[in-house]
Structure formats: structure tokens, C-alpha cells
Design a protein around this ligand. Structure first.
Ligand SMILES: Cc1ncc(C[n+]2csc(CCOP(=O)(O)OP(=O)(O)O)c2C)c(N)n1
Length: 303
């Protein structure tokens, strides 16, 4: 969680200094979801990610240097600097890719689950998506297919209350997205997405179920993004209620973890120090890396 937070804070700073081109969808505030889910996954398990995917990538073991370089458009980045923040993949550790198209990761996760099943492995795929994506057609088709074929997929809905500027209450007639799971014939669980232990426990059960061949689970994590949809800080935007923002800021997942006694201050400080120097090293690596050459623009382009 600390690694994700520090990475995101640094990315925001670099973006503000125009050192990161394009746009940036930050994950700060949602760290407990990625960490709690990926804490249950093996290196050969899969994840599919979203436009807000840095946290998922870091929690699954992504390389910070290559990530930072990709964000800055450098040749040493995961996609040789040509994919940017929204398209990081690392097949060697099961990161099947972040996707900027809302809801597009769901069918990819079903494909990964089907592949694991056909190959007879006990790999699972955790599929991250937002509340906005849960109103996309791919949600229904993917959950249905995964359920009828009993595929090892854990559908992780990160309900951060907004899809761009659309509040949850105006886009859903149900209280919980997890309630929809019953309609597909799979368990639907609601968890506090700011509590990493709660996310971890729910995911552990879902992963065990998936590995036993009993099929998918939908886990809805109630969470909040601290910054605006892409560029704005949440509190800078008129769209968000400052009171709501303050309430969720008080539910900082790292603080909750500390306050509940899961970690001593001394240990947390040590982790923070180590992570800070790792991030510094990643930034140095990215800054010192070259940009790709213009003549390389069409390399690795398949379509
Ligand atoms: C198919 C599609 N429609 C619209 C968009 C524009 N868009 C980008 S992010 C986003 C909102 C996504 O909200 P949600 O799924 O809740 O994820 P969050 O940003 O809250 O993490 C939209 C509508 C898109 N990228 N793809």
C-alpha cells in the first residue's frame, strides 16, 4: 500500500511538472483493494486492469523503474515509452494489461480463466474494474460466461462512487453492485475497500473457491479515489462534495491498518523509508533514460 501511495504521489508531482505526457488516472485512496486482492495471488496467476491501473500493477509485482519510465514516455518503459500510463502489461508475472476502454478487461479475464481451465492448471485471474464498468454490457456477458463454465475468475469491482463525474446514486438503482451476482449464479460479497484485511480475507475465500473449480465470485470493494477522475484533485473539482471528501480521506487505508494494530509505527517508518528510496531510484532511472527514436514509432505495431 505504501509503495502504491508513494508511486502515485510522485507521479502526480511529475505530471504537475509536465514530466509525464498525456493524462494520468491516479489510484491513491484505493490501495487496500489492489494490495488485499494481489496478496492472495501467485506469480503465475493473472490480473486484468483498468485505466486506473498503477496500483494493480505494483501489487502484482510490477517493476517500478519500468513503470515510471513508461509514464514518462521513455524507451526503457514497459511498452518502450509508446503505451503510457494506461497500457502497462507484464506477461512474465501475469499482468495481462491495463486497458483504457472501460469494461474491456472483463472479457479478457474470462479468456484467461477459460485458458487456465482448458490447460488444467489451478491458476486464477483477478479482474479489476470500476463501478462505471459494471454498467457496461461486457459486465453481464463476462459474469454469465464465467458462471456457466465455472471459470476461476475473481471479479473485483472497485466502487469508488464515481464514473468520471457520474455519481453512483444516479447510475444505479441497486444499493450494492455485488447484489447483481445472484442473477448470474455466483456469490456476491461487499467489503470495506479501505480495509486491506477485509479485502484480503474475502479474496482468499474467492481464490480458494476458484482453485477448487467451483467458479467465479464478485467482490465489491467500497472505496474512494482521492484525486479527480484524471487530472484534478478531488477537492479542486466542484463535482465533489467537500464533506464527503473529508469523510473518505479520514479512512486512509494505510492509517486504518496502523490504527488497528496490524503494524508497529517503527516498522511502518522503515517501510516508508525503503519505499521512498525505491521510488527515487525509479524516477532517476526514468529521467536518465532516452526517449524512443522517431523511426521506432511503428515497431511492435500489429494493427
Ligand atoms: C467504452 C468506454 N466508454 C467511455 C470511456 C470514457 N471513460 C473513461 S474512464 C470512464 C469512467 C470509468 O469509471 P469507473 O469504471 O467507475 O472507473 P473509475 O475511473 O472510477 O476507476 C469513462 C466513461 C471509455 N474509456 N471507454
Amino acid at each position: 500500500m505504501v509503495k502504491i501511495r508513494f508511486f502515485e504521489d510522485k507521479a502526480y508531482e511529475l505530471f504537475s511538472q509536465n514530466m509525464i505526457p498525456g493524462t494520468l488516472h491516479l489510484y491513491a485512496g484505493e490501495e487496500a483493494v489492489a494490495a488485499g486482492v494481489c496478496g492472495n495471488l501467485r506469480i503465475d496467476d493473472y490480473i486484468t486492469s483498468t485505466h486506473r491501473g498503477h496500483g494493480h500493477c505494483i501489487a502484482k509485482g510490477g517493476d517500478l523503474k519500468r513503470m515510471m519510465a513508461e509514464l514518462m514516455g521513455k524507451k526503457t518503459g514497459y511498452c518502450k515509452g509508446k503505451g503510457g500510463s494506461m497500457h502497462i502489461a507484464d506477461m512474465s508475472i501475469g499482468i495481462l494489461g491495463a486497458v483504457g476502454i472501460v469494461g474491456a478487461g472483463l472479457p479478457i479475464a474470462v479468456g484467461a480463466g477459460l485458458s487456465a481451465k482448458l490447460r488444467g492448471t489451478d491458476q486464477v485471474c483477478a479482474c479489476f474494474f470500476g463501478d462505471g464498468a459494471a454498467n457496461n454490457g461486457t459486465f453481464g456477458e463476462s459474469l454469465n460466461m464465467a458462471a456457466i463454465w465455472k471459470l476461476p475468475v475473481i471479479f473485483v469491482c472497485e466502487n469508488n462512487l464515481y464514473a468520471m463525474s457520474v455519481p453512483y446514486s444516479t447510475a444505479f438503482a441497486v444499493k450494492n453492485i455485488a447484489d447483481r451476482a445472484a442473477g448470474y449464479g455466483m456469490p456476491g460479497i461487499v467489503v470495506d475497500g479501505m480495509d486491506v484485511v477485509e479485502v484480503y480475507r474475502a479474496t482468499r475465500e474467492a481464490v480458494e473457491r476458484a482453485r477448487r473449480g467451483e467458479g467465479p465470485t464478485l467482490i465489491e470493494c467500497k472505496t474512494y479515489r482521492w484525486r479527480g477522475h484524471s487530472r484534478l484533485k478531488a477537492h479542486e473539482s466542484k463535482l465533489y462534495d467537500p464533506k464527503e471528501y473529508e469523510i473518505w480521506r479520514r479512512k486512509d487505508p494505510i492509517n486504518i491498518f496502523r490504527e488497528r494494530g496490524y503494524i508497529e509505527d517503527e516498522m511502518l517508518n522503515k517501510i516508508e523509508e525503503e519505499v521512498a528510496s525505491e521510488i527515487e531510484e525509479a524516477v532517476r532511472f526514468a529521467v536518465e533514460s532516452p526517449f524512443p527514436e522517431p523511426e521506432e514509432a511503428l515497431d511492435d505495431v500489429y494493427a
